[in-house]
Design a protein around this ligand. Sequence first.
Ligand code: ZN
Ligand code: ZN
Length: 331
Amino acid sequence: MSNELKLKFWGVRGSYPTPGAGTLKYGGNTASVEVRAGERTIILDAGTGIIPLGRELARTKRASEIMLLLSHLHHDHTQGFPFFVPAYMPNAKLHIFGPDGTHESMKNVLERNQSSETFPLGLHDMSSTKIIQSVRESQVIVWDEDGIRLAESSVGLSDEAVVIRIHKSYAHPGGVYVYRITWRGKSILYATDTEGYVGTDRKLVQFARDADIMIHDAQYLEEHYRGQLAGFPSTQGFGHSTVIMATEVALASEVGRLVLFHHDPSYTDKVVTGMEATAKSLFSDSVAAYEGLEITLTPNPSPIGRGEIMSVQLQKPSSQLSSHRRGQERM
Ligand SMILES: [Zn+2]
Ligand SMILES: [Zn+2]
């Protein structure tokens, strides 16, 4: 059994998909991130990035049991699900967790996304087994030798258990779940669709403390957010962060590495590269997420926290990428 906690980015764009020549380097698919804890597969969000991920899981025969965590129910986090191949496989079991909508249950919203008026196949026409459960912030999602379940606390769980804790953020219209996935002493924090506060989001900082990897919304350039970018209105209150906001949270919570995520759909590769440079000047272990980015955390036999070797490997070769992404990195 693999001893690694792995991350792979399949969709890094916010709001809507952006194919085209200007987005080849970072990719145009909306939010979807694969986490592998040993042999267990956990997917964060079901934007269009989940479509190629689903094909890969089917191809490599890793579709028998999958956990899908939805941060919230906006389109760019759910629109890939109707095209997720494992959902159509009779032998696949999907455990879907997330928040209820403001007026409707999560299950109703997912069903409505595939009503006969909007999509040819409903949830019931997808032949996998789907266990759709709304979760509360106080609950803990556990995946251990007894399977996948909800618990009221993580007390007494073995280090072998994948433990997922939830922080509900109100810094996005309708609210959003921030997830912290921990396995064998290593932690990944997923904080997409969240807007920074003056003096940082203290609750988020506390929740994120010492995570090895923090994936954080960094949709906007500072001038865009402030309404100083020609042709773009201010985006204050839209529920997304600037690069500076993301780095402030990373610094305050002392995470190991910051991954900028949910890139604005109007931004070209050149703009995102510039944003990455800004992030690095403020928090050196920063990287702008791109499709194919893989990060591997290798837990120590006896977990002592951060400091182990982490490798960043490029799956999709591109001459435009800087050399640091090709090699092994130590943090
Ligand atoms: Zn979004
Ligand atoms: Zn959203």
